[in-house]
Structures are given as C-alpha cells and as structure tokens.
Design a protein around this ligand. Sequence first.
Ligand code: NAD
Length: 480
Amino acid sequence: MANLVPVTVARGDGIGPEIMDATMRILEAAGARIAPEFVDIGEKVYLSGNNNGVTDAAWASIRSTKIFLKAPITTPQGGGYKSVNVTMRKTFGLFSNVRPVRTFKPFVHSKHDAIDMVIVRENEEDLYAGIEYRQTRDTCHSVKFMSRTGSEMIIRYAFEYARANGRKKVTCLIKDNIMKISDGLFHKVFKLIASEYPDIQAESLIVDIGMARIADTPERFDVVVTLNLYGDIVSDIASQIAGSVGLAGSSNIGDEYAMFEAVHGSAPDIAGKGIANPSGLLNAAILMLHHIGQSDVAATIQNAWLRALEDGHHTADICAPNKKALTTAQFADAVIACLGKLPQAMAPAKAGDFKAMKMPKVSETTKSVRTKRLIGVDIFLDKAGANPNELGALIEKTSVPGLTFKVMSSRGVKVYPDAPNARIVTDHWRCRFEGEEGKVTNAQIRDVLAKVEAQGLDWIEIQNLYTFDGERCFSQVQGM
Ligand code: NAD
C-alpha cells in the first residue's frame, strides 16, 4: 500500500462541515493517498472558553503534518474573538495567499469570456496585523503595518510563480498616491524586484482603477500581486465575476507549512441547508494534492469536476434559472460518478500541469538603507471641546531646547498656527515637534512629555519622526 501523507483537516463553521464532507468523499473515491487527522478549530472551540479558537490537539496535529486543509471559520463582525484564519496564517508563516480564478464558459455563467488570473495576496501584514486602539472617546486608530521583508517575500513569490507557470505579466495594485510611505514601500520594492525578471512584464496600477479594470476587463490580467486587504477584496470580486465565490480555492504557503481553503467564508445564510457549492474547498484540496506530490490524483479529480460542470451538474449558486440545482451531497456524487472521465469541451488537466517553484529568499539588495536619524516627535493628545488657538498656545510652552513645537493638526489637517478655516470635529490632536536631524534625543522627548503633562494635558500616544538616508519618512501635515 502506498505511503499515506498525514494531513490535518478541520471541518469549520457554517457550511464548513457540509462542504468538507463532500470534499473528503471525493478525495477518498479518487484514491488520494492521505491520512486525514480531523481537528476542531473555530466558533465551537471559542465558545468552550479557548481564546484562540484552536485546540491543543489541533496545534499539535498541524505542527506534525505541516499540511492543513481547512473549511471556513466564522469570525464575528465588529467585536468578539480574533480571526482564527489570520492567527493560522501568521503563526505558521504562511506569507503567500495564492488564489487562482478562471471562467468555465459556457457551462458556468459569467459576463466575461476568458478570465484566467492568479491573485497573489500578502498574507501576514497590512491592516490584518490586527493592531487597533480606541484612543479617545471619539476616535480609534488602526495600524497598517508593512515591512520591506514581507513586501519582498510576496513580490518575489509572485514573479517566481509567474515564471514557473509560464505566465507573462505581474500587475501590482497599490494606493501610494495616498499612503505614500506604506504602499509606497510596497511599490518601490515591486519596481526593484521586477527589474530582476526581464522575461515577465511588470505593471503597477492604483488599486481603485485596478479593481475597476479587473471587474470590467478581467481577461487582461495574469498574475496580480497586492497587499493583504486589497488582495482579499479583489479575489472575491474576481471569483464572483468568474461565476461564483463558491468556486475558487486558495493555498496559503510558507517556508515550512501550507494551508488550503476556499476563498469564501462560512456562509451562515445558507448553513445547514445542504445547498452550498463544495467546489471552492475541492479546488483547495486539488492545490493541496499538487503540493504534496499527488498531481496524478489532483488531475483526476479536476477532470471529473470539470466534466460534472460540463454535464450540467450545478449547485444553486451557479445553476441556470430553468434548471434544478443539486444539493451539496448530490454534487459530490456527480463528481464521484465522473471520476476517470475527461472534460469534453474544456481543456483537461494533466498531472504535469503543476510546476514546482523556487521559494523566495529575502535578498540584501532591498535592505540597503544605511542611516536612520531621529528628527522629532508627534505627540497625540485627547482633549474634547478644545479651541485650537488656546490649545496651540499651551503647547508652545512645552518646547525644550533642541526640540521645538511646529504645528498642530487634527485628522491630519493643520489646525494651528494660522489655520482660520480649520474645521474641528474631534477630541484627537497631533502636535509635531522638530529639531536638528540626528541631534534629537529620547531624553528631550521625555522632557517635552513632562511639560505637556505639567500643562494638565492628556497625551495618548507618541510617534518618533525619523529620516532614512536623509529622506523624511513620516507623513506631512496637510495644509502646511
Ligand atoms: P461568505 O463568503 O461566507 O458569503 C458571502 C455570500 O456568498 C453569501 O451569500 C453566501 O451564501 C455565498 N457563498 C459563500 N460560499 C458559498 C458556497 N460555497 N456556495 C454557495 N454560496 C456561497 O462571506 P460573509 O457572509 O461575508 O462571511 C461569513 C463568515 O465567514 C464571517 O464570519 C467571515 O468572517 C467568515 N469568513 C471566513 C473566511 C475563512 O474562513 N477563510 C473567509 C471569509 C469570510
């Protein structure tokens, strides 16, 4: 008997158990050489009092198998426990989220003819770093965390993926006209890495027009690389316009571990009805089989699945209005019945389609910054109902030798001095102090803070201001 590959499997929340059961039945019928270890993660585990939503047995299983097939997990909106999905991606260093999206015309309706793109989404950073604060009664603060290393890893991954899979173009989506420092870093690294891959066309688009074009003319896109949040949004757009969010699978790849899941969530609106499309999770399982070296089984399942679609076996989300939709279990039966058959109109999958690729390593070329110098500090205050001129006059008294108060802003816009048109609506103020580049010290910053406190003011955050190789790397105050 062939050696079985141990794989951790979680049935998840909402529609998760239904689509996982369907997927596992197909894998078994196709002869996938895997030994599943079923574990509990998600809502039920949280509700039993486990804060991270993952049982000790689940952690142990993933650490030993290093391969995780995961059904969707419910994450509450606007409060409650943190996302298990994000925890998994970050704990296991799954820096790359690869989401292939294509059309299946004329068998699955789409307004577009030929979508065939792969979204490569950064998976650990950006606003998903999960660092958020409520700072005053009126305001909150979400940290967009970006690193040069994380950016380089995902961008290199996208180019290596393109090269290994014979793809021609990598498009980078950013918003660096507004987030000049964080998205600006991603874009700079993209341009630097792109120059190492002259055989691949590189283009950059501002994310808003980029997404609009993906929704309008998706056929012009090939590989798309982008930040975590944009990547999440754009992959739902792409999979929905290709036919249904229920179709797309994804892999989360790191140096040591890999996790495979559908692009969609736990769909609580249809959970328990037995009508969900298991294809997204099945496609994730196909990616997993390739990853563990079972491309023969992966191709057999993919061909059966394509044939089932061609033969008109459709779940409700992709079913034509005049046809009867199959249940999740009936659809799985239809795919099983097609095992061993090839699609007749769509191109069949071949075991050799999957190309192993070189995993990226961070190079020294992008770590070229030599000097970092302290030039000032932004001190944030909580003060409801303040008059900016009166508050500004108080802050003027808190300068110390070598570190001088320059400007006060609220919501990023100058409100003092000389800002007669300023419209004040919050209790959150930023006071900028600057000195001579490289001469400012932490001791001076502590002296300013002591004087701020002596004025009876409530400082809630400080942010040091630095130059890197002489470049001022902090946002300007609007209106300066
Ligand atoms: P969703 O993707 O679960 O559902 C969006 C819509 O698509 C719903 O109308 C749903 O019925 C439909 N849909 C989704 N999957 C389908 C399928 N396989 N077959 C047929 N229709 C399908 O998104 P949501 O409603 O925004 O989120 C629900 C929950 O899922 C939330 O708690 C969210 O945090 C979580 N979520 C989890 C993951 C994950 O586990 N990786 C990803 C996204 C969302």
